[in-house]
Design a protein around this ligand. Structure first.
Ligand code: PBG
Length: 331
C-alpha cells in the first residue's frame, strides 16, 4: 500500500503462542516470590483480613501448614508479620525483644516443621508500640539512635529464633550497619539482610496496618522517617548507604507506583533488588476483581511481570500462593 513502510512488521513475532513465548523478554517464576503472612495467637485459627480479600491471619500451627504448602509449591521464602495482642503493646515496643513473642514462636515452629523454606522477619517496632510508630518517641519526635539500639535487640531475637533474612523496614539511619555488626558478633554471619532501602511514606500501607492492628493506633504519620513520594535521587542515596553498611539485598516499597525507582536501583547498583507489592496494591486489584471489573488471574500476573520488567529479582506479594498454584498448573 502506498505510503506504508512495512520493511518491519513487528506483528510477525506476535502471531502465535509459540513465537510470543520464544521472544518473551521476562518471565515470572515461583522462584521469584516471597509470601508475606500475618500471625495471630491461638490454635487452629484463621481469620479474614477485612480489607484484603482472600488474605487470612493465621495462628502459629496454621502458619506451619501454610509454610509446608508454600514449600511444596516451590515458594522460596515467607515474610512473617505479627498481629500483637493490644495488651502487649507499649511505648517502647518491648514485646519485640521477647524471646517468646509471636514471630519468634512462628520462626521456631516453621523452621522445625518446614525447614526447606526461607524465613524473613520484619525489623521495626510498629506491631509492638502503643503509638503505632516504627521507633521510640520523645514527645512527637521519632528518635533515631535510641531506636537503632532497640532494632538491634529485635533483630538478634529473630536470628536466635531461626530467622534466615532480617528485613529492617523502619527507615532509621545507620541501622543496617549496626544490625550486621551485632549479627556477626553473635555468630549469625550466615543470616542475610534485606533492607527496606527505599521505603516511601505511602497511603498504600492502609490495609496492612489493619491486618497487624496498628492502624487505629498510629499517631500522626511516618513522614519524618519514610521517604517523600516526590523523590527519586534520594532513593539511590538510601540504597547506596544500605549496601555500604552490608545489606545483601535491597527493596523498593511500595511496588507498582515506584517501578521507576526499581529500574534506577537495579541499573545503578546491580544488586539483588526486590519490590514489595504492598497491601494497598493488592487490595485495589482485589476490590476490582470482587466487583467483576478485573480478571483475577490476568490482573495478578500482569501486575507481577511488571516487577521483572523493571529489573527486580523478586517480589513480596500477597498473591504468592495463588500465583504459585497457577504456575504449577500451567507448567
Ligand atoms: C512496618 C511495615 C509496614 C509494611 C511492612 N512493614 C507498614 C508501615 O510502614 O506502616 C507495609 C506492608 C504492606 O502494606 O503490605 N514497618
Amino acid at each position: 500500500m502506498a505510503g506504508l513502510d512495512l520493511t518491519h512488521r513487528p506483528r510477525r513475532l506476535r502471531r502465535t503462542d509459540w513465537t510470543r513465548r520464544l521472544v518473551r523478554e521476562n518471565v515470572l517464576t515461583t522462584g521469584d516470590l516471597i509470601w508475606p503472612i500475618f500471625i495471630i495467637e491461638g490454635e487452629k485459627r484463621r481469620e479474614p483480613v477485612g480489607s484484603m480479600p482472600l488474605v487470612e491471619r493465621m495462628s502459629v500451627d496454621e502458619a506451619v501448614r501454610a509454610a509446608a504448602h508454600a514449600q511444596a509449591l516451590g515458594i522460596p521464602a515467607l515474610a512473617l508479620f505479627p498481629n500483637t495482642d493490644p495488651a502487649l503493646r507499649d511505648e517502647t515496643g518491648s514485646e519485640a525483644q521477647n524471646e517468646n513473642n509471636l514471630v519468634a514462636r512462628a520462626c521456631r515452629a516453621i523452621s522445625k516443621h518446614a525447614p526447606g523454606i526461607g524465613l524473613m522477619t520484619d525489623v521495626a517496632l510498629d506491631p509492638y508500640t502503643s503509638h503505632g510508630h516504627d521507633g521510640l518517641m520523645r514527645g512527637e519526635e521519632i528518635l533515631n539512635d535510641e531506636t537503632v539500639q532497640a532494632l538491634v535487640g529485635q533483630a538478634l531475637n529473630q536470628a536466635r529464633a531461626g530467622c534466615d533474612i532480617i528485613a529492617p523496614s523502619d527507615m532509621m539511619d545507620g541501622r543496617i550497619g549496626a544490625i550486621r555488626a551485632a549479627l556477626d558478633h553473635e555468630g549469625f554471619e550466615h543470616v542475610q539482610i534485606m533492607a527496606y532501602a527505599a521505603k516511601y511514606a505511602s497511603a498504600f500501607y492502609g490495609p496492612f496496618r489493619d491486618a497487624v492492628g496498628s492502624g487505629g493506633l498510629l499517631r500522626g504519620d511516618k513522614r519524618t522517617y519514610q521517604m517523600d513520594p516526590g523523590n527519586s535521587d534520594e532513593a539511590l542515596r538510601e540504597v547506596r548507604l544500605d549496601l555500604e553498611q552490608g545489606a545483601d539485598m535491597v527493596m523498593v516499597k511500595p511496588g507498582m507506583p515506584y517501578l521507576d525507582i526499581c529500574r534506577r536501583v537495579k541499573d545503578t547498583f546491580g544488586a539483588p533488588t526486590f519490590a514489595y507489592q504492598v497491601s494497598g496494591e493488592y487490595s485495589m486489584i482485589m476490590a476490582a476483581v470482587e466487583r467483576g471489573w478485573l480478571d483475577h488471574e490476568k490482573a495478578m500476573l500482569e501486575s507481577l511481570i511488571a516487577f521483572k520488567r523493571a529489573g527486580c529479582d523478586g517480589v513480596l506479594t500477597y498473591f504468592a500462593p495463588f500465583v504459585a498454584e497457577k504456575l504449577a498448573k500451567s507448567a
